[in-house]
Design a protein around this ligand. Structure first.
Ligand code: BF8
Length: 669
């Protein structure tokens, strides 16, 4: 990795940070420098579950000797802490999902009149999976049944989540064998909190096993439910072109940013900003128009569906305000730094909280309610417009931006590999079998001011594609790649290994597929499930040449995601110091016992080069076990001149069909 990297690997971000330092404006980067992590808490050795403590289990022989006042061992404390992280992450994704289900119900009952069912085909697909009759029935009746069926998943006490049956049979059998099939979402989270309270569950393996059950309630519950309902309401993503980085803000237009995670209000705002009357109003206040942009995962939601530009991920939120160009920023839930409210006072930016669940001291509050969504959206857009004349000249104005192609849902990935009638995962599986593609990595999770922010994502993305690994990215992993200019098909031509490049070129895709927000990690589960069903690789999720990596994670949500991937059979490697590092016993459970039981694992590794080596090792060993051809760098695509993207577009413009994946000469393999 480039050790010249400073606080951020993003040059524009770095410029803004420097501008801030010169103007005595503090950001998370300075705070991270000043506030070093507590090494005891960081490694999971601090117990705060009762008021006899906090007990800090440290010392040379802490593993064997240290005990809390109640007698809890280090392994108990570490696993309790880890389970609580999983529970919190699961709660966040799932409470978001609950709101999506409530919105779907309100739409179906005609109470949320500003929304409609946009993707009826997806509604029918979901109804079919849920065993709900849909043919010949009014769309809203089907939608109501789907919403109610999903809502059952939250309060169910017995049985299993609706979507457990979407997993490959063998994966389901492993879950049953080890008792981690999730029952109800709320039940698993509540039980996790109960078990980790003072004096209940003390056996590390037992605690962590429930951690996996709780995490599965996120991956195959909350997150998957949320992605599917969002598709039903607002459309299943397909590739769109957009832009990323701070240069998306316009000097002469009202800049409104939507930040957080929930897509509903943002969807209505997308609509409102193109209303001619509102644009006229903006003009009456001296602006040339209204420019909508996004931040974090709300950005990903509207980027995937409407091509709305993104200013980037988590660590860009303060920096965006420091451009001095944002007239208003709405924030809903999750990953919002409270610091932005105070920071905004140094500029003219209005910070507007919109969720019933989340307020920030110093911010304005305009509460969103799905029953009068448009009215709220109009109010917010007008607030941004009214604030435009207050824009001051100060700010670190930045103009760089990069093209981005996003919108790769499972449905579209299937479609792009065979068209409407032959949609399948065959070409991808074949490319993996032949060794053109070495394996698949899910590059996900946050960006983090404790490392050169976005730098680990960039390093790994570059190295992985150079080594013929296809990447599916989500959340701030996608934002990191987008703001580096990596989310374009041209990136395949310039930086991908020859085998991966050949496949990307034939299909016309980037080597990094932006599959959505953090809740859309569930799309990766269904993609790998479809690959298993297609045949030729593993017949369960475990055993695939696939790895999950979150090199800069910081949120409890990331831990829940890593745990549901591990339970589903995917080895996961997270960056940074290990939150279970204080206990060898717990580390062994996550990295060895889980592999034996579920074929997935959970590693923490701060060194990005070691993350890469471990990912290759998992992929190559999986290939070997599946008896696939040994991956040979440079074997494919090097011996002939490939058509570049420009030539390809010329041909497309002229209406001449180009080779699809089927056009790859299979005799090479
Ligand atoms: O949910 S990747 S910083 S924004 S937690 Fe948050 Fe992490 Fe970003 Fe989206 Ni996910």
């Amino acid at each position: 990795m480039d050790d010249k990297l400073k606080k951020s690997a993003n040059t524009s971000a770095e410029q803004i940070i420097e501008w801030g330092e010169a103007h005595s404006i503090e950001t998370c980067f300075e705070r991270a420098e000043k506030l070093k992590p507590c090494p005891i808490g960081e490694s999971g050795a601090c117990c705060r579950v009762c008021h006899m403590g906090p007990c800090r289990l440290i010392g040379k022989n802490a593993e064997e000797e240290a005990r809390g006042v109640c007698g809890a061992t280090l392994a108990t404390v570490v696993s309790r802490n880890f389970l609580r992280m999983i529970a919190a992450g699961t709660a966040a994704h799932s409470d978001h999902a609950r709101d999506m289900a409530m919105t779907l119900l309100s739409v179906a009952e005609g109470e949320a009149k500003d929304f409609k069912i946009t993707d009826v085909k997806k509604l029918y697909k979901v109804a079919d999976i849920l065993g709900i009759e849909f043919e010949g029935r009014p769309v809203n009746d089907v939608a109501k049944d789907v919403a109610l069926k999903f809502l059952e998943d939250f309060g169910r006490q017995k049985g299993e989540l609706n979507y457990v049956k979407r997993a490959p049979k063998k994966t389901q059998e492993r879950w049953k064998k080890y008792g981690i099939t999730p029952r109800g979402i709320d039940r698993e989270v509540v039980e996790a909190m109960h078990r980790t309270s003072i004096g209940v569950d003390h056996e590390p393996d037992h605690l962590l096993t429930h951690g996996l059950r709780t995490a599965l309630a996120d991956g195959w519950g909350g997150s998957m439910v949320s992605s599917d309902i969002t598709d039903i309401l607002f459309g299943t993503p397909k590739p769109v072109k957009a832009e990323a980085s701070f240069g998306i803000f316009k000097e002469d237009e009202v800049n409104l940013v939507v930040h957080g995670h929930e897509p509903t209000l943002a969807e209505i705002i997308v609509d409102v900003v193109s209303d001619p009357a509102i644009i006229e109003y903006a003009k009456s206040r001296g602006a040339n128009g209204i420019n909508l942009g996004g931040m974090c995962c709300t950005a990903n939601e509207i980027l995937m569906r409407h091509g709305i530009p993104t200013a980037g991920g988590f660590t860009n939120q303060e920096l965006g305000i420091m451009t001095g160009l944002i007239d208003a920023i709405t924030v809903d839930v999750q990953c919002i730094m409270p610091a932005i409210a105070e920071l905004s006072k140094k500029f003219h930016t209005k910070v507007i909280t919109t969720s019933k669940k989340a307020k920030i001291p110093g911010a304005l509050h305009v509460e969103y309610d799905e029953h009068y969504a448009r009215k709220t959206a109009e109010k917010i857009v007008r607030m941004a417009i009214d604030n435009f004349p207050n824009r001051k000249t100060q700010g670190s104005h930045i103009t760089d931006k990069f093209p981005v192609i996003a919108g790769f849902s499972q449905e579209y990935i299937e479609y792009m590999q065979g068209g409407r009638w032959r949609a399948s995962f065959r070409p991808l599986n074949d490319a993996i079998i032949s060794g053109r593609i070495r394996g698949v990595v899910g590059l996900a999770g946050c960006d983090n001011p404790r490392v050169p922010s976005t730098g680990l994502h960039r390093y790994l993305a570059t190295e992985l594609i150079k080594n013929d690994v296809l990447i599916v990215s989500t959340g701030c992993g996608s934002a990191a790649c987008g703001t580096a200019g990596y989310l374009t098909p041209e990136n395949a031509l310039e930086n991908a290994g020859p085998g991966l490049r050949e496949v990307c070129e034939a299909i016309g895709i980037p080597p990094i597929l932006h599959v959505g927000a953090c809740v859309d990690n569930s799309r990766i589960l269904t993609i790998v499930t479809a690959m298993a069903a297609e045949g030729g690789l593993s017949d369960e999720i475990g055993g695939m040449p696939a790895v999950g990596i979150a090199p800069e994670w910081m949120s409890e949500k990331a831990i829940a995601i890593g745990a549901y991937f591990a339970a589903s059979g995917v080895p996961c490697i997270f960056g940074g110091e290990s939150p279970v590092g204080a206990s060898k016993e717990v580390t062994k459970l996550l990295t060895e016992t889980w592999v034996e039981r579920f074929m997935g694992s959970f590693h923490f590794e701060p060194d990005p080069e070691k993350i890469l080596a471990l990912a290759f090792d998992y992929i190559d060993k999986a290939r070997e076990k599946l008896k696939l051809r040994k991956y040979e760098p440079g074997k494919f695509g090097a011996e002939r001149v490939l058509m570049d993207m420009a030539a390809r577009r010329e041909i497309e413009k002229a209406g001449v069909p180009h080779a699809g994946v089927g056009g790859i000469n299979e005799s090479e393999s």
